[in-house]
Design a protein around this ligand. Structure first.
Ligand SMILES: [Zn+2]
Length: 309
């Protein structure tokens, strides 16, 4: 009898160890990389200098540290200068906190990683997505806010930047595997749906000249904005390994090249006074943005919010 008891205890311990070690290696945990856009000297909201901007005393612009044709901008509201870089980092911290309240359907934890944790850092764009690849993360989400670059500053609302590549761009064969395309599109829609619930409508103009999407042949620089989803092709002849014209935005392009979903969420317009006041001006409103992002991500990846005990 004693021996049976011992064997039973051993089996029990073994089971415990196995399940414990499974948890430790966490094959089923959900990993997400949050990327607070910009950093260091790059304050964000970079655009070409709009005519008449110099007379607008509520904007100050500096040459972009790595792109001489662009200017990064700060905006003055209530006598305070504010910029995108710092706001994006706050959203990243709030979103991390919020996502950690969720678990996978199997009860595994949600692991959240940040590409930068201070305003002094500015990792290279490829490295931000590559961090996700190295960690074998499920997705990389780059957090931003927008600026129209138009002097009228009328553009407003949210948009998500996703890949234009419908086929498996890494393959030299033009397969019809559109897994990444569909995942980015559905995730983007899930996030935009939650942002709409807190009052941020899907942006209808990006301040850029839009060319209608879905038409062939695809031309370099083609941009489409449909239902808040922005797709933009490379302006030069930069191509994916399958010969298709690559995506314009480096984060999106790196995601396709590395085979990991990577999207950019532009929550609201910094240079639209209504957007700024309603959604970006207080910690409370930034927390609400992060909460909406988390719900959108959780709905798509079927994560469950844990009940408070
Ligand atoms: Zn940005």
């Amino acid at each position: 009898m004693k021996i049976f008891k011992k064997i039973f205890v051993l089996i029990f311990l073994n089971m415990f160890c196995i399940s414990n070690s499974t948890n430790a290696s966490s094959p089923d945990s959900f990993k997400i990389v949050l990327d607070a856009g910009h950093g260091a000297a790059d304050l964000g909201c970079a655009k070409n200098r709009a005519s008449g901007e110099d007379e607008d005393t509520s904007i100050r612009a500096y040459p972009h540290p790595s792109n001489s044709s662009l200017f990064v901008r700060e905006y003055r509201y209530n006598k305070k200068w504010v910029n995108e870089r710092s706001t994006n980092l706050k959203i990243a911290f709030y979103l991390k906190e919020e996502l950690q309240k969720y678990k996978t359907l199997e009860g595994n934890e949600v692991k959240v990683f940040l590409t930068r944790t201070t305003n002094e850092e500015n990792p290279a764009l490829f490295d931000r997505v590559n961090l996700g690849k190295q960690l074998a993360a499920n997705v990389v989400i780059s957090l931003h806010n927008n600026a129209s670059g138009n002097y009228s500053r009328k553009a407003r609302g949210a948009m998500v930047l996703v890949t234009s590549s419908k086929s498996d761009a890494r393959s030299e064969f033009k397969t019809e595997d559109s897994k990444l395309y569909l995942e980015e599109e559905s995730l983007a829609n899930s996030i935009l749906k939650e942002l709409e619930k807190i009052g941020i409508s899907r942006a209808t103009t990006s301040g850029e000249t839009l060319t209608k999407g879905g038409t062939l042949p695809i031309t370099p620089g083609q941009i489409s904005l449909e239902n808040g989803l922005l797709r933009r092709f490379s302006e030069d002849t930069d191509k994916y390994p399958n010969g298709q014209l690559s995506d314009f935005y480096k984060i999106i392009r790196a995601g396709v090249n590395l085979g990991i979903p990577a999207i950019i969420v532009e929550h609201a317009y910094f240079d639209n006074e209504v957007d700024y006041k309603n959604f970006l001006s207080t910690d409370k409103s930034l927390k609400a943005l992060a909460k909406a992002d988390a719900k959108g991500i959780a709905n798509f990846y079927r994560l469950q919010k844990q009940q408070k005990i």
